[in-house]
Design a protein around this ligand. Structure first.
Ligand code: HEM
Ligand code: HEM
Length: 130
């Protein structure tokens, strides 16, 4: 379970790394910094944090296997939800309803918060190594 989620998380992080650096180069090229917080979170959350979780599951065995899947899903939906929600809320490129974009942002951010909270527990659920 850990192995499968490790590579899944790392692949997800790799895609976010590319999207984030692409956004950064667009911002630099166009001298338009409106995407700055989205660029920052795509890279710090989607790339760095998710990558770190992926490596954690490569290194450690966890006692409760199902929680690995729950955390993996929360990590991915949270990283996507926060950054997508922030984009929709901050810039609203498709002119969506204001309450709707705010809800997207709140739900995405809450999923990510849960992923970080669950990860605290996961660090205590590792199998003992002698
Ligand atoms: C192709 C590579 C990258 C380019 C061209 C790029 C470009 C930029 C630009 C133009 C800004 C806005 C600066 C400003 O408002 O004055 C920015 C901000 C930022 N970038 Fe990047 N970036 C790149 C890669 C990265 C990477 C790899 C990370 C982290 C892993 C990162 C994290 C950040 C953060 C956290 C901010 C916000 C900084 C702040 O609030 O002061 N960037 N980047
Ligand atoms: C529940 C999750 C999170 C929410 C709701 C959230 C929300 C925000 C908001 C609203 C801002 C201000 C953006 C602006 O200036 O328009 C911000 C800035 C920032 N956050 Fe987060 N954040 C979250 C998680 C994180 C995490 C996990 C990291 C790092 C791993 C992070 C790193 C940053 C950085 C570096 C900035 C400054 C970026 C800039 O100036 O563009 N955030 N965040």
């Amino acid at each position: 379970m850990e192995q499968r989620w490790s590579i899944r998380l790392i692949r997800f992080a790799a895609v976010f790394g590319f999207i984030g650096t692409f956004l950064g180069s667009q911002m630099a090229g166009n001298l338009d910094y409106s995407m700055r917080p989205i660029h920052a979170h795509v890279l710090l959350v989607g790339w760095l944090s998710v990558f770190a979780w992926g490596i954690f599951y490569k290194v450690y065995r966890v006692k409760y296997k199902k929680l690995v899947a729950v955390h993996g899903i929360l990590a991915m939906t949270g990283a996507f939800g926060l950054t997508f929600g922030m984009w929709m809320y901050n810039l609203n490129p498709f002119n969506l309803n204001e309450t709707f974009v705010m809800l997207l942002f709140i739900i995405g951010g809450s999923l990510l918060l849960l992923a970080f909270l669950l990860f605290v527990l996961m660090t205590f659920f590792v199998e003992k190594e002698d």
